[in-house]
Every structure is written in C-alpha cells, then in structure tokens.
Ligand binder design. Sequence first.
Ligand code: ZN
Length: 406
Amino acid sequence: MYLWSTNLSIDKLLNLNKLAANGTQTTILQIVRDNSPISRSGIVSLTGQPHAAISRSTAILLSKNILVEDGGTDTKGPRRKRGLRLNPDYGYVIGIEYGPDGIEAVAMNTAYQPIAKSTKTIDLANRDQKEILELICATVKSIQKDIKMPAAQCLGVAAVDPGLIDDDAGISALATTMEHWNNVPVVNTLEEQLKLPVLLLGTSTAKILAVDRLELNNSIANLLYIEYGKGIACGMKLNNTYISGQGHLAGELGHLQISNSQAVCRCGGVGCLEAMASLTAIAKTAAAGIESNNSSLSQKHELTGMDVLRAAAQHDRLASRIVDEALERLGVAVAGIVNILSPKMVLFDSVINEAGSEAVAVLMRSLQKTVLASHRRQLEIRISSLTSHIGALGGAAAILDACLTA
Ligand SMILES: [Zn+2]
C-alpha cells in the first residue's frame, strides 16, 4: 500500500540529509506523513510489521527529533493513544518554480506545512541563462531570510522547471517558453551557489505531487490532475506510481487534436485542445468577438483568459458562450483519458472555479456524459483547493519525500 515511486533520481542527491536510516524507518515516516497523528499500533496495523520492530524504530526517530509525540489525539482505538507526527521544527526545504512569467518559491517545514511564500512577476522569456540562474539563487536566499529557522536547517532545494529535463545529468534540455533556456546545468550551478542538495523536476510531476501530498494525503492510488491555464496538461498517478514517460514528456493533454478547426497551436499543430480551450485561446476568441457583441469585456484594455472566466461567472453572455464551449471540449478530452486509464479521481486545477458554478457544471456534465458507464460509477470529480504556488509546493514536497526515503 505504501509503495510509491516518483521516478525521480533521488539517489543522485549525494549530500541529502536522510531522515530515515533503513526501510522500516522509511515506512514509518511515510505512514506518519499521510496519517498523522497516528499511534504505534496504528502503524503496526497498516504495515503488518511486528510491534517490537515498529516501537524500536519509532524510539530512534523520536530520539533524533524527527518525530514528535502528542497526547491522546488518535481516537480510532478503544483507549486514548498518543499520536506521532513529523516534527515541524526539525528543518525545512525550499521549492522554486520558474517560467516565462516569473519565479515562485515556497519554504516548507519538515511536517509538510508551508512557512513562507514569495512571488516575483518578471518576464524571463528572453533573458539569458546566467541572469535567470542568479535570480533563482537570489530568490532562495531571500526566502531563507524570511523564516525563523537558521539556514543550517535547510535540507535541500527543488527546482521546478518548465522545460524538457534530463534528470540523470541535472540539466534542463529545452523550454519552448524561454528562448535561451536550453542545456542549462541547473543542478550543478545551484548546488555550487547555494551549497545545498538540489533536485530538478518538471512542472507536471511537481503539481500532481503537490495535490497528492497536501490535499489528498496520498490516499488515491489512481489519480489524474488536470492543469488548466495558458497551457493544458495532465498529471497521472496510476497504481501508486507517478507516470512521467520517456524523457518526462507524458501528460501533454493540451495537444490532443479535438477539432477540425484550423486554429493554430503553439506546438505547430492545428485543432489542439490547447488552441481551442486554454486561457490563451478563450482570450483570443473573446477579443475577436467583442466587436460584434455588447459585452462587459469590451471595456478591458488587454484582455486575458482570466478576465473571460470571471466575466462568465458574472453571466456576461459572450464570455459564458466562449467559456462553456471551452469547458465542454475540456470535459470530452478528459473523459477520453479517463476511459483509457480508469482513475478513481479526476482533480481539476482550482483556476476552473473562476468561471463560476454554472460553467463548472458544464464541465462536469460534459465529462460525465462522455465517460463509459462502468468508469463513471467509480469516478470522483473534484476541483483542487490549492490555489497558488502549486509547482513550488510540489517541488518542496518532492525533496522532503526524498529526505524521508532511506
Ligand atoms: Zn498543440
């Protein structure tokens, strides 16, 4: 039950401060992470391992201050038992996500609680590598100053990259959204500058990890997370394994061809979901429709996809028509993936909520209608409650996961 894999090269993090010394300790830490507070007997019943072995390893983790114990909060048994938790004061990690629109960072304590966040909105699309790497380092150092724990307690940094990554080499090979971002030695450069272990991972992996750890407590073995924004992508966890595919390129839901339309996509194709239904696409469609319509959007100077979603929530007719059509298409595309992969849960990006309850209902109906009856019966569809810094949170969770693994 607790076997899972992130397909990340965590064994390459040579200087990582491992909190678990062996497999039993790893199992205990992962169970406490997902079920805290939990008693020793709770851990015994989840693992099936002998009580003595669990007690011994738990005692070691308590003596090292990796776990803490509080009184009587595990109410599942007949007696009040003491509950084990990860110690939030043991240390912290930093997740940093960068892309064409800027840099977001999160510091997270060792109990998976975010303790500081920062956002730097800056156009990185055309900057050179050196400048971007310097900005990333400066952001890490600045968030370290914002928190109370000393820098020595920082266990590591995760760099969440918008491009195609070679995680064996620690290199970002290519990013279509950042002109000069190719063959960048991210791991080596940041480790040298920051004197900390650095993990490099892609955005999709980071985002599904964030919702899985922070929202679902790792409770769903078969999960799809649908990212919705300027692009559209799909994070996948199947049979408790995150799917990243050859070259970490899995999940390009946005480039599923869904229409005979000649709408050109940024991938070079035509009729892609992204070209028809993303935030960029609905902004474009709305801009073209404003002239001939009496819409509240005509007052906007530079129209964005978020403006269109919010106008739909306010029942603007033009916006509603465009957003409903986009979400209908998104629903059909996601249903196709559901029919192939049979997840237990589909979790949508919280951005969808901006379109208002009626548009959300259109999405749900279109998905339900297109999913096979057999799949529909067991499927749960939700909108995520994580609203910001999702990639950075996932990066932080990824490196903390690595620390918990012997
Ligand atoms: Zn495309």
